[in-house]
Design a binder for this molecule. Sequence first.
Ligand SMILES: [Ca+2]
Length: 147
Amino acid sequence: MLRLAFVFSVCVTFIFGYPNYQQEIPNGSKVPDPCTNATEDYWPMVGHLFASRGEFMRAQRTAEPGDSAFLNLFGKMFQTNNRNWTAICDMDADGDGQTNGVELGDPYCEWTINAIPYGPATGHPAICEEEVAGCLAGATRSEICPA
Ligand SMILES: [Ca+2]
């Protein structure tokens, strides 16, 4: 019975774990999807290469072991810094010249969990909306957005 409860909790964590990450960054559930440019079209899995859970799950089925998270540059930065928003707010994951804080609506890096962000998210922290010179490899719209 104890084993069954453990398996259940692991499954629940796996299925529902990612939305919890949204709560650990400002505007985590309302990051604009730069691939569609549609108003109120969001990229809920901000730290991953795929916007939707469906795309993510499909990719995981064919992933090599150790490559199943499909983290983008922001996700890797978030993970490397122990999911600490304050530590990465002033950084620029995609290299577009806008800090993560500016893109996620916390330009002064004052946001804390459960607080209302300073403003709305204006961009995706791992995808260069404008492909400027500083964009890092793996951060441009053409590299990440499905054709
Ligand atoms: Ca940026």
